[in-house]
Ligand binder design. Sequence first.
Ligand SMILES: [Fe+2]
Ligand SMILES: [Fe+2]
Length: 267
Amino acid sequence: MNLQGHIKYLQMVIARLENIVFLCITLIYNGYRMDNLQKYKPTDKMVDLISDDYSLLQVMSRFGLSLGFGDKTVSEVCEMNHVDCRTFLAVVNFMAEGFSRLSGDHDEISIPALIDYLRQAHIYFLDFCLPSIRRKLIEAIDCSQDDVAFLILKFFDEYMREVRRHMDYEEKTVFKYVDALLQGNAPRNYQISTFSKHHDQVGETLTELKKLIIKYCPAKANVNLLNAALFDIYACEEGLESHCKVEDYIFVPAILNLERRMIENEK
Ligand SMILES: [Fe+2]
Ligand SMILES: [Fe+2]
């Protein structure tokens, strides 16, 4: 190579380096900007988060973060429990702000951490929340003597089956697909868009159940117990709605990104 060739080669290397430096600065700036705009930040005290919005307790426990963290910050508590802080904050801020600030490659979250979180939420709804409402309903209304009471319980059982079907599909098909995608051997005949197109809200049927109870409540019902069951139904409905929104607005876009990166890598 002559002198001119060397100079050209050097110029090309410098241009590439400039591009890499620019990309790094953009990534750092975007991360910094997102961290500063979001409501809750890694440097906030975890106790302040919970005092601010106690419903975040559920997000914490689903991420495997236990109480007793003293004055530690969000990032310290996450680190102590080996939880991905960025993913935890993405969910927490989505709950608080009602929209996701994640936008593309530079806002990466941990997909395994998010799936763990969603799985824990399924366990909570199927094994704790819904069975506990059912027990309260049985205690509040005597199902053996009243047609409406019998109908309420039948309606509720059908609803529980519907939620189980919905979550079983996500566990056995969608999460399994994502696990395979992460390992680089995803089936060719499935994409996350198949899920997102048909992902329906599971909270809607509870609205019907609430109406049924409010309008036709059996006269002999224990009012305090029935109210307690109703409060739980309202809370469960809200919880399921926000669970589905996390799937639609955080999980699905993250998997779309992953699919896109996989396709680009294959080229
Ligand atoms: Fe789900
Ligand atoms: Fe869902």
